[in-house]
Design a protein around this ligand. Structure first.
Ligand code: E4P
Length: 219
């Protein structure tokens, strides 16, 4: 399973990359705004900075919601770096844009997926990734993890090559459930990745090993 980090914060991207487990990055307009990245030039430079840190797929989201606008924006984003994946919302014109980008070999990530039907349409259009939002479904008392299971079954039934990129993944349980169900990728904040490190028995076990080592060294 691939790990992507879901942030536009360069320090966090660097920290995850330095861990040696990072396969890519997802961003969205809200994450860019959180880092105070605004204005065309700054946004473009920020994507370039991310590409300089991580050698892996970097999702950059279009702002346009009409076909022509998404095509123009997507072509410009894709021209920035070979690792850029054009992130396109799950809307009617988005599906048409995904079909076009797929026909010319530009990678896409269909975002804001909340149902298996949406994922199926995006895969039919040739999306490289679909992004089901696990956490936001949980937020409205629906089962986000169940959606991953459903999409996995459908994609496997028909051999779709579209990868399931579980998004809005917010904690270690989400990550593990996605791994159990065969999600191809999870994208989550650095905090969720780092939380996988923790176990109280690891901490107490290490403390005991070090104490015993010190005791024997003191003899
Ligand atoms: C996906 O690509 C989105 O950027 C993201 O995972 C949304 O997560 P959130 O629901 O925690 O905002």
């Amino acid at each position: 399973m691939k790990f992507f980090i879901d942030t536009a914060n360069l320090a966090e991207i660097q920290e995850a990359y330095d861990l040696g487990i990072l396969d890519g990055v997802t961003t969205n307009p809200s994450l860019m705004a959180k880092e105070n990245i605004s204005g065309h030039e700054n946004v473009i430079n920020h994507y370039k900075a991310i590409c300089d840190i991580v050698d892996g797929d970097i999702s950059a989201e279009v702002i346009a919601t009409d076909y022509d606008g998404m095509i123009a924006e997507g072509l410009a984003l894709a021209a920035l770096h070979p690792n850029i994946v054009v992130k396109i919302p799950m809307i009617k014109d988005g599906i048409k844009a995904i079909k076009y980008f797929s026909s010319i070999g530009i990678k896409t990530n269909c975002t804001l997926i909340f149902s298996a039907g949406q994922a199926l349409l995006a895969a039919k259009a040739g999306a490289t990734y679909v992004s089901p939002f696990v956490g936001r479904l949980d937020d409205i008392s629906m089962d986000g993890i169940k959606l991953i299971e459903q999409i996995r079954l459908i994609f496997d039934n028909y051999g779709f090559e579209t990868e399931i990129l579980a998004a809005s993944v917010r904690n270690p349980i989400h990550i593990l459930k996605c791994a159990e169900l065969g999600s191809d990728v999870v994208t989550c904040p650095l905090s969720a990745i780092l939380a996988l490190l923790n176990h109280p028995l690891t901490d107490s076990g290490l403390a005991k090993f070090l104490a015993d080592h010190k005791k024997s060294a003191d003899l």
